[in-house]
Design a protein around this ligand. Structure first.
Ligand code: COA
Length: 193
């Protein structure tokens, strides 16, 4: 018998998170597809280095499909995908890849448009979803997984107190080839807001 049963209802599952005066997260809807596709399209060269889905995102319909699958994820209580707004402008995305209720763990993924790097936007957004995972969803473990060499992504996990736990060999695709993946983990008792 698992220690905690899978909940029927998540205590608080907002569609919108106010991170601070500058940054806000909103669960993506179909209305965001055009803008999100335009950002992806403008940042292809930089994003494709680390994100395997970029080349397969050719038209706004592909972005709409991604948003739809995020909505379905939320309906089956398995995570969500949100946009990141900075001073009112959509600048990237963040989401939970899954919610594993049996083990109470989740994984967060994220990206920003290139000109918006270096302002702490992603760290602030990830902090908010880590906090939501522990406080509101009752998760016991949060993971961040980054392709080997993605130093900017490592830095986000490290800034937030995650432990680098190990490297999985050939575990993800980057620039059309399998690369190693570095796993960072944070446990509920280690989380300090
Ligand atoms: C990974 C990615 C989101 C990191 O972006 P980033 O801008 O480095 O991360 P942040 O937005 O948290 O900004 C951190 C920088 O802002 C600075 N900063 C300013 N204010 C800050 C604040 N309030 N909090 C934290 N950092 C702050 C930090 O010192 C850091 O500066 P540096 O770039 O000189 O090191 C971005 O590089 C990206 O989208 N890459 C492509 C996709 C990708 O790799 N996604 C992750 C897959 S695992």
């Amino acid at each position: 018998m698992p220690r905690k049963a899978s909940p029927k209802i998540v205590r608080r599952r907002p569609a919108h998170f106010r991170v601070d005066d500058e940054v806000e997260l909103r669960v993506l809807t179909h209305a965001h597809a055009g803008t999100l596709f335009a950002i992806t399209d403008r940042n292809r060269a930089y994003l494709r280095r680390w994100l395997p889905w970029v080349d397969a995102t050719r038209t706004v319909r592909d972005t709409a499909r991604f948003i739809r699958s995020g909505r379905e994820q939320l309906r089956r209580n398995d995570g969500f995908q949100a946009g990141i707004w900075y001073r009112g402008e959509l600048v990237g995305a963040i989401g939970y890849h899954y919610w594993n209720w049996a083990v109470r763990k989740t994984e967060i993924g994220y990206w920003l448009a290139e000109p918006f790097q270096g302002k702490g936007i992603a760290t602030r957004a990830v902090r908010t979803l880590v906090d939501h995972a522990f406080r509101d969803l009752g998760m016991d473990r949060v993971e961040i997984r980054a392709a080997a060499g993605n130093a900017r992504s490592y830095a986000i996990a490290e800034r937030l107190g995650f432990t680098r736990e190990g490297t999985l060999r050939g575990a993800e695709y980057s620039s059309k080839r399998a690369v190693d993946q570095v796993v960072y983990g944070l446990l509920r008792g280690e989380w300090k807001t």
